[in-house]
Design a protein around this ligand. Sequence first.
Ligand code: FAD
Ligand code: DLZ
Ligand code: SF4
Length: 509
Amino acid sequence: MGVLRFILGDQLHRRVASLTDLDSEADVVLLVEVRAEATYVRHHKQKIAFLFSAMRHFAAELEAEGVRVDYVRLDAEGNTGSFTEELERAIARHDPERVVVTEPGEWRVWEMMQAWREELSVPVEIRADNRFLCSRETFEAWAGDRTALRMETFYRFMRKRTGILMTEEGPEGGQWNFDAENRKRLPRGHVPPERIGFPPDAITREAMALVAREFGDHFGSLDAFAWPVTRAEALRSLAHFLREGLPRFGDYQDAMKADAPFLYHALIAPALNAGLLTAEEICRAAERAYREGGIPLNAAEGFIRQILGWREYVRGLYWAQMPVYAESNALAARRDLPWFYWSGETGMNCLRQCIAQTRDHAYAHHIQRLMVLGNFALLAGIEPAQVEEWYLVVYADAYEWVELPNVHGMVLWADGGLLGSKPYAASGAYIDRMSDYCGAECRYDVKAKTGSEACPFNYLYWNFLITHEQRLCSNPRMAMPYRTLRAMGEERRAAIVADAARFLDALET
Ligand code: FAD
Ligand code: DLZ
Ligand code: SF4
């Protein structure tokens, strides 16, 4: 036969590099469901069901096109459970002249692929991933000798490079960034749009039954599964967002509301990261919606920045810094992850809400991940590796290339400032301003600064600044909080430290 084209579960795009020159007569496309990928961390049940269903649909679409597909199901007889062994078995079955793959999203799979070149009986061609707007080489050239790799600088580079939201004079609207207009809280009684859900079809239901049977003890619930699992569904989901969500995305992207997990967010990351959509088509569609559809510029720019800026940036940073990136622990955080991150059993309503929706939907939006769940882990000094594993487990969109820079760099500042110029630490006042979590539903009082009734974010925030004073006080972006800290009396400082110690000690019991 011709070429064996091995497609990984997050490469489900018809024009992915390894399929561009597909010869339907001679070649075979291989997809494999393997236990090792479902358990290297114990992914949320919805993530596994989503990916298996999307893989099965993608295989069926290729077959309908006349492509020869070799699809190994998880429960197929003889399934060895790993990429390498399944590839070896497929080579024995098909006797190809060579294997073609697209580079993977994760370093550990990249290492596997390097070994394939040595170990397999046929040549292996690894192609660059063409689903990103910035290649690994372009990012590295941009990074060059810079000491600080800031997203904002990279984003401007990408705007110029792609021409997205650009005019001949410069950035559309005369500014690169409209974030100052984007930090509104939701008005009381506001009703956000309905999520567009995709009820599980027969293929998804079969994948869900498999997951319930094989991975029933993994975190999360399958009951509310509603993710798009085909490209056609993902495109409908994008169109729904452009119509219903994008107009107010900018205004409310930082807002949080109890029992309203989705608000004006796009809910596209699982489909995008699995290859059902591309970054370029999403950015171009949002730009078109602004130019033709009257979408406000702050909304279109804010949304495009997340994808053209943040997403491409963290992917470039990941590949430029791995494998050592994950090893740093700049703030020497050593505490174990509290059990309530799994159970949701805590009196802190903000955490309880975010964990419950994570369990039910494998989803939380950016500010919930950063300023509630992440902020707590930062202030409590949770060990980076444990926090990183949690994030990789619990979200349907989680892959190490995107999760790790967000958690290690943005949330925990464990990289010592490579990604973020300062830690995103905040007290309860921030959560109170951006949400309706602080009220009768919370066991704590957000206005109280110390004492057993006080919101733990309040004393943990000041305790964090005290603990890391030496390291952080000379950071110009931390000047204001350190001025406030220095104006505090000794008694107040002592009360903060005592409250934090009492609270943190209790986490460990
Ligand atoms: P929207 O809020 O509608 O944003 C649109 C798109 O922008 C997203 O789909 C995503 O592709 C992109 N985006 C936005 N912010 C980021 C960012 N910081 N980094 C990369 N892309 C971004 N995103 C993942 O795709 N996978 C992860 O594993 C992941 N882990 C995260 C962990 C932490 C601690 C934080 C703070 C953020 C993480 N993000 C991750 C980024 C972001 O939270 C999710 O992309 C977003 O919540 C997905 O929901 P959405 O599609 O509704 O996004
Ligand atoms: C996440 C995942 C899971 C749960 N299962 C599979 C699988 O069975 N087969 C597969 O090809 N891919 C799976 N994936 C996605 C891979 O983990 C992903 O391709 C690598 O992490 C590289 O990004
Ligand atoms: Fe969270 Fe504090 Fe508000 Fe309670 S009072 S919801 S713990 S921020």
